[in-house]
Write a protein that binds this ligand. Structure first.
Ligand SMILES: Nc1ncnc2c1ncn2[C@@H]1O[C@H](COP(=O)(O)OP(=O)(O)OP(=O)(O)O)[C@@H](O)[C@H]1O
Ligand SMILES: [Mg+2]
Length: 438
């Protein structure tokens, strides 16, 4: 094997190091997809004998293809073991070969030349028609062969997206990359992205964050409301601290702690791969140091175990378990607890007195990704988490932790305030009965 000193951004490492039938990289402009694919394939071509097909929907001439990019990258690294023919590239040492094809005018007969392909790079995957995909997919059939796809998103139902990302299985890698993941992103690109963000947020989401155009019609939370909250300056609040804790579901999800005091959401912490006990210990530390008035804990997954440990440690009054599917406090307006928390978070973001949320692009994406509808009683309901996950490319963990801070009203009664002759404390007037009798 030839030694190389090529630095591929970390998100693209699996291109060379892992075996999946499909590797789908998607996102907004300038995520570094084309460069990383080209660099990875050039390295691969020097590692052994491979047939590599670079395909796109329309290729009227070789100029439309990634031929030039591959040549530029090989030249850039000073690799002189490639030979550039008019319609193909070959590595003279390994015998690897790159071929280039447009799929639009292919039929199942003349696409047969792709049968021996080891890696098929589908560039601009959003433009591939269903017909082209249905011909290409079964043609790439050599043992161990892979299909690499680089794409921006056009519409909700881009055929490749529907075929692969919506039903991603264990042999399908789906990775989102945006310009801020690209370590080589130029200052001009950042300038253009931020200018677009300031001028038209919907365009920004589509062009720079890779959101499909049709999304957004029925979104619960408006981008402008979150952006406004990013800009407001409250900075301190004496309201009681409420922490929302969303617990990781699968290996790729994160556990998120979100800290809010009244009109000020000031901290979001993320953790991965914490065991139930680790998590309970972390929360015990948070309780001791930050003195939250309430911690609302997602009871799903391992949440129930964490809750039991904390209750056992005597924190039952501070920590409340929240079941997203349970009945809303106001069940005339909300189909379930989850819809209620998201609905209240939305009202909070819109509130006239102004609220502040710590700036966080992932939280923005999470919050603005959820579609709403109404049931036959006119109550707010949200689309399923699986659907959101498919669209977002990950679970909206940060937003879930944030909305959990709205699970129940929390009043400031650090010193118990007695009211009325009966000496009732204010909080008990608003208490909601939960399973633990509180
Ligand atoms: N390895 C690299 N070395 C130097 N510059 C790079 C590298 N990777 C990316 N870039 C820079 O980042 C820019 C965007 O990368 P690239 O074109 O690969 O992104 P993309 O995700 O394919 O974008 P688009 O969706 O617009 O096609 C490039 O034009 C280049 O300037
Ligand atoms: Mg590109």
């Amino acid at each position: 094997m030839l030694t190389v000193d090529v630095k591929i951004p970390v998100k693209f490492k699996p291109l060379l190091t892992e075996n999946y039938r499909y590797k789908l990289y998607w996102g907004g402009r300038a995520g570094g997809k084309s460069f990383a694919f080209a660099d990875s394939l050039i390295i691969k071509a020097r590692m052994g004998k491979f047939l590599i097909a670079c395909v796109r929907e329309v290729q009227n001439s070789i100029k439309d293809s990634v031929y030039k990019l591959l040549k530029d990258r090989a030249d850039y690294y000073g690799f002189d073991d490639f030979k550039f023919y008019e319609d193909r590239i070959e590595n003279v040492l390994t015998g690897s070969k790159f071929i280039f094809k447009g799929l639009k005018d292919q039929n199942s007969q003349n696409i047969k030349s792709l049968e021996g392909v080891d890696v098929c790079w589908v560039e601009e995957g959003q433009s591939i028609s269903k017909k082209s995909w249905d011909i290409l997919n079964p043609t790439i059939r050599k043992k161990g062969s892979e299909i690499w796809i680089s794409m921006n998103r056009e519409e909700e139902n881009d055929p490749i997206w529907k075929a692969l990302a919506l039903n991603a299985d264990e042999r399908t890698l789906v990775v989102k990359v945006n310009y801020y993941d690209n370590p080589y992103c130029s200052s001009e690109i950042k300038y253009l992205a931020l200018k677009c963000k300031a001028q038209n947020l919907e365009d920004y989401e589509h062009i720079w964050l890779g959101a499909p155009v049709k999304a957004g019609d029925n979104k619960l939370i408006a981008v402008k409301d979150v952006m406004k909250a990013f800009d407001v300056k409250i900075c301190v609040s004496t309201s009681p601290l409420v922490i929302g804790v969303d617990i990781a579901r699968f290996g790729d999800d994160k556990t998120v702690f979100c800290y809010r005091r009244g009109r000020y959401c000031y901290k979001i912490d993320t953790f991965s791969k914490l065991s139930t006990v680790d998590l309970a210990n972390k929360l015990t530390q948070v309780i001791n140091e930050d003195k939250p008035k309430r911690i609302f804990l997602d009871l799903g997954n391992t949440g129930a175990g964490v809750y039991d440990i904390l209750k056992d440690r005597g924190f039952g009054k501070i920590v409340r378990g929240v079941n997203f599917g349970s009945k809303a406090i106001n069940d005339d307006r909300y189909v379930n607890k989850r819809a209620e928390m998201w609905g209240l978070a939305n009202e909070w973001l819109k509130s006239e007195e102004g609220v502040q949320v710590i700036r966080d692009d992932e939280l923005l994406e999470d919050l603005c990704s959820v579609c709403k509808s109404y049931d036959y009683k006119g109550r707010l309901q949200l689309e399923s988490k699986d659907k959101i996950k498919e669209r977002l490319g990950r679970s909206p963990d940060k937003a879930d932790a944030f909305v959990l801070t709205f699970a129940e009203p929390v009043y400031d009664c650090g010193k118990v305030q007695k009211v009325g002759f009966a000496g009732v404390d204010i909080e008990s007037l608003f208490r909601v009965k939960t399973t633990d009798g509180w």
